[in-house]
Design a protein around this ligand. Structure first.
Ligand code: UDX
Length: 439
């Protein structure tokens, strides 16, 4: 690559790598700094460590065109005009976002960044971080901008190149313009605002999604008690444009690397007393209860009692990742429920198209099969936890032949009821019509 990099990206995780590859695709010269030497080396060879549609192609195209490069050396950013901080902000023990990695990087960057550089925070950071970072950086010539990402796993490239909105929070209009110019090729509304509002908007969006999902999960429970059907209820709700059709599907609970972390961090940033953000607090509690609710539902289906013991029984699990389209197991409700079934005494065998049997040691006591048909073997029940579409197409009659009892608890309402019935399977859905005896 010739000339100075126009853009630097610090961190080649899921957000950083997507940002670097997409900005290179948009025609910028990008240098991406990754501290992990092995990861940086693999990326230089075009090997992308995460499963994200289209990302490998973009990385390889950027490498081939020499518009994208990877390095371990922060000093390679010394001539960059704009630098994106894409470092992890994991949930600390107290629920606060852990800004250790970000703060350490600021110290290094302070001595590296070019004069008048714009430093952009893309990671989800607590409100006020842009302002605090400016103080820590101690470089009055460098402007801080907040440009939060809204990337969904499994759709990250698409969400970057075709976002619903681009948010730019800056005190300095010139710095905001320079960041906005990077997105010139992207067709989306650009919202310019102050850094604190940009930072809060990210948390507010994710917390709203969490509230919506917890509401649907609780409604599903109510449907079961009242003999209504959550799918029908959701259809009616979704046609109201003010509500929208997305995020209305009940499930085993919301998880992943963002929603659990961001709801807790938002709650931590609200005043401790006075019930501030009580709606978000309730959504978190409802999500924790959802795991127990699903465990009770499986136990009731298998043993007749919600608190029945599963000792001596085999349970098969379909899906371990937190949602379909990703290999991510972080804060996966599916995995938590699989472990919960094992805690209740069951021998649990799980299958997930993105989880290799070689991971088994890490997921113990849950056993991992490399073939979906193995989860049915001698099983007293199968629990579907992740909405992988290929589970619909399984040969359910073949599965039925291997089970002790052809029963499936479908926590995503994914499977075709008639098809299951023809295969001899009894299906327990979430928020389904079937009336059930009181607990
Ligand atoms: C989320 C946000 O959507 C994204 O904007 C942000 O940048 C990162 O966090 P992601 O973590 O990839 O993205 O997952 P998402 O697709 O939002 O799903 C979150 C959880 O909700 C998953 O556990 C999923 O299974 C669950 N979900 C989603 C439902 O249970 N029902 C639905 O209808 C939709």
């Amino acid at each position: 690559m010739t000339g100075a990099p126009a853009v630097g990206v610090v961190g080649a995780g899921y957000v950083g790598l997507t940002t670097a590859a997409c900005l290179a695709h948009l025609g910028h010269r990008v240098v991406c700094v990754e501290a992990d030497a092995r990861k940086a080396r693999r990326l230089r060879d075009g090997e992308v460590p995460i499963s994200e549609p289209g990302l490998t192609e973009l990385v390889r195209a950027g490498l081939a065109a020499a518009t994208l490069s990877f390095t371990t050396e922060v000093r390679r950013l010394r001539r960059a005009g704009i630098v994106f901080l894409c470092l992890p902000t994991p949930m600390g023990a107290d629920g606060d976002a852990d800004l250790g990695a970000l703060e350490a990087e600021l110290v290094t960057l302070s001595g590296v960044l070019a004069r008048e550089c714009v430093l952009v925070t893309k990671s989800t950071v607590p409100v006020g971080t842009a302002r605090r970072a400016a103080r820590m950086l101690a470089r009055p010539d460098v402007r801080l901008v907040s440009n939060p990402e809204f990337l969904r796993e499994g759709h990250a490239v698409r969400d970057f190149l075709r976002p619903s909105r681009i948010v730019i929070g800056a005190e300095d209009a010139g710095a905001a313009e320079r960041v906005a110019a990077l997105y010139a090729g992207v067709d989306a509304p650009v919202l310019r605002t102050d850094p604190a509002s940009a930072e809060l908007a990210k948390y507010a969006s994710n917390a709203f999604l969490a509230v919506k999902l917890s509401y649907m999960n609780e409604l599903a429970e109510l449907c079961e008690r009242l003999g209504a059907d959550i799918t029908e209820v959701g259809r009616v709700m979704g046609l109201d444009a003010r509500i929208g059709t997305a995020f209305l599907a009940p499930g085993p609970g919301w998880g992943g690397s963002c929603l659990p972390k961001d709801t807790r961090a938002l709650l931590r940033s609200a005043p401790e007393s006075g019930g501030a953000l009580s709606v978000v607090r309730a959504a978190v509690l409802a999500n924790e209860a959802q795991r127990e609710r699903i465990l009770g539902k499986v136990c009731r289906a298998v043993t007749g009692r919600p608190d029945g013991s599963l000792a001596g029984l085999r349970i098969g699990v379909l899906g371990l990742t937190f949602k379909a389209g990703t290999d991510d197991l972080r804060h996966s409700p599916a995995l938590a429920i699989a472990h919960g079934l094992a805690e209740r005494g069951a021998t649990v065998t799980g299958y997930d198209p993105e989880v290799a049997a070689t991971e088994a040691a890490r997921l113990a006591p849950v056993q991992v099969a490399d073939d979906p048909y193995l989860v049915g073997k001698d099983a007293a029940g199968i629990v579907l936890l992740t909405e992988w579409p290929q589970f619909r197409e399984l040969d359910w009659a073949r599965l039925a032949a291997t089970t002790e009892r052809a029963l499936v608890v479908d926590t995503r309402n994914l499977l075709d009821t008639d098809r299951l019935a023809r295969a001899g399977f009894a299906q327990v859905r979430l928020g389904g019509k079937a009336p059930r005896p009181a607990d």
